[in-house]
Write a protein that binds this ligand. Structure first.
Ligand SMILES: [Zn+2]
Length: 257
């Protein structure tokens, strides 16, 4: 059976780089040969040297890959490059939306690629393709800084959870996707509302790990919708000990559903 592009009605007829070439090139140029790391949906780890075996997905069509996805990469490069190198930057509203769209694209691709139930349904992907903006009532996105030492220079992990909300304790189904490239950390959480939840666009999740999250992360979505700039880096950085990246990946819970 012909597989359909996750973003349109065309058949899949190309292989998309999981991490775009510009990003791998930048990481190869700025850091020693440390491996890329990917934690899959089922909890297994995969590591490889990027220059030897870049990961590729078969989830999209050539038209999507060569047109809007390529444009999104071009827009993201000048915004993300300083942060990957560790240079401070203030992101305006449009820049936050671009980085948010880039993170959304990654979350959808990795979710579609991994075996098992996907969190994002077809409508989620088609809607994103049309708007190229993070979903207003179901997405939170944060950035952080990673003081990289011996760990992999690129890190990606995603999981689907049932996450309790701060006030009501009600559970919502969520998809938590955490990434780090050089000094830049990105986390996108998407959630499915139930009829019991208010339609207020910002909802708050309970943390299962207590760290000073407001000092370790800076919100870019829905921050940008509130017309606020975002300064990177935040006051505290992730590291390989007390503020470990794995704690960020699991701050809303760690059990797959
Ligand atoms: Zn397509």
């Amino acid at each position: 059976m012909t597989k359909q592009c996750i973003f349109c009605d065309s058949p899949v007829n190309t292989r998309e780089h999981a991490w775009p070439r510009w990003l791998i090139k930048l990481l190869n140029a700025t850091q020693e040969s440390r491996p890329m790391s990917l934690r899959r949906h089922d909890g297994t780890d995969a590591q490889w040297l990027a220059k030897n075996a870049p990961l590729r997905f078969k989830e999209v069509c050539a038209t999507c890959n060569n047109e809007w996805m390529s444009d999104l990469e071009s827009e993201s490069i000048p915004i993300m490059t300083p942060m990957i190198r560790g240079e401070a930057i203030t992101l305006n509203i449009k820049q936050q939306i671009t980085v948010g769209a880039w993170a959304t694209k990654c979350a959808m691709l990795f979710d579609a690629h991994d075996p098992g139930e996907t969190f994002h349904d077809r409508l989620d992907c088609l809607h994103f393709r049309k708007s190229l903006t993070p979903s207003l009532d179901s997405t939170n996105i944060w950035l952080g800084r990673y003081n990289t030492s011996g760990s992999p220079r690129a890190f990606t992990e995603h999981r689907t959870l049932r996450t309790p909300l701060m006030r009501s304790g009600n559970l919502v189904k969520s998809h938590v996707h955490t990434m780090a490239f050089g000094f830049l950390v990105l986390q996108i959480v998407r959630f499915k509302r139930t009829v019991h939840e208010s339609r207020a666009f910002k909802i708050h999740f309970q943390h299962v790990v207590n760290l000073p999250w407001d000092k370790l992360t800076v919100e870019i979505w829905p921050n940008a919708f509130e017309l606020k700039a975002a300064r990177w880096p935040p006051p505290l950085a992730f590291d390989d000990s007390i503020h470990h990246l794995q704690l960020l990946a699991r701050r809303f819970g760690g059990d797959s559903t």
